[in-house]
Ligand binder design. Structure first.
Ligand SMILES: Nc1ncnc2c1ncn2[C@@H]1O[C@H](COP(=O)(O)OP(=O)(O)O)[C@@H](O)[C@H]1O
Ligand SMILES: [Mg+2]
Length: 261
């Protein structure tokens, strides 16, 4: 088959989101081809997190369409893991009562909360127990591997609340990676990190081996890792292009200078 018509892995077409009188996204279209790193930047309140929330099914758009693998798709939060889509939350956002390992296990693909499948099939108690232990083991292994990849395996049995912010950001990344996603969505992963941590993060993103959608405030990071960048300003797409094209775009500079003023 010809590859000419290869469908984009994920695409947004003419997305509009309103919160009452506020238009948080205004006719936004974006193509995310397989294996690419696509960035979304823009000043605070530009609609970046809202864009993520639309893709995750947390927010219902007033207009627009999403396609996944070339097919119309209506996202639902509980299906994301199974479809191979994982996101980090802006900030940290871990359950304080669970250890780091348990938090990351929640993100692992094999994980099912206790009782979720109860009653669906008639199985012997013994077989159910065996399968559950197998899944737990697998999700634990996936979680540990993700923690190692993020350089925080030593903290597996600690409670996240007591850990430094930069470590918790890494745990948040590990939680998303534990599901071995094909599409990784990162919402301001560099927020609050120092330059050395940000360099580490850049390497991790470039080497993730997945499609990445990166929302970020930190321009250097975005410019160094992204293949393509969408710039939003007050919900409107004002530029789309390569890092070189974006940094030479007057509208972009204006939006950022305007925001800083
Ligand atoms: N659930 C919500 N209800 C009402 N307003 C919201 C909601 N989520 C976001 N907004 C508003 O939408 C705009 C875009 O927000 P957001 O997507 O969080 O921006 P960004 O992530 O680019 O900083 C902001 O004005 C914000 O206050
Ligand atoms: Mg945001």
């Amino acid at each position: 088959m010809s590859t000419e018509n290869t469908a984009h892995e994920l695409a947004l077409d003419h997305m509009t989101v309103r919160f009452g009188g506020l238009t948080a996204l205004d006719d936004v279209s974006l193509r995310v081809p397989s294996g690419r790193i696509v960035g979304v930047i823009g000043p605070n309140g530009a609609g970046k997190t809202t864009l993520f929330n639309v893709i995750c099914g947390f927010v219902t758009p007033a207009a627009g369409e999403i396609t996944l693998d070339g097919r119309a798709w209506r996202p639902r939060p509980h299906q994301l893991n199974r479809l191979g889509i994982a996101r980090t939350l802006q900030g940290v956002g871990q359950f304080g009562g669970l250890t780091v390992l348990e938090n990351v296990q929640v993100g692992a693909r094999g994980h099912r909360s206790t009782g979720e499948r109860a009653g669906r099939e008639e199985k012997s108690r013994e077989r159910k127990g065996r399968e559950k232990r197998g899944r737990e083991k697998q999700s634990e292994m996936d979680a540990l591997e993700a923690l190692e990849r993020c350089g925080v395996a030593d903290y597996a049995h600690r409670l996240p609340g007591a850990l430094p912010y930069a470590i918790r950001k890494r745990v948040e990344l590990a939680r998303a990676l534990a599901s071995r996603p094909r599409i990784l969505m990162l919402d301001e992963p560099a927020g609050g990190l120092d330059p050395e941590e940000i360099r580490w993060l850049a390497e991790l993103i470039k080497g993730a081996g997945t499609t990445v959608l990166l929302v970020e405030h930190h321009m250097d990071l975005v410019m160094s890792v992204c293949d393509e960048i969408l710039v939003l300003d007050f919900g409107k797409p004002i530029a789309l292009g390569t890092p070189a094209e974006i940094s030479a775009d007057d509208k972009v500079t204006e939006a950022y200078l305007g925001a800083a003023a």
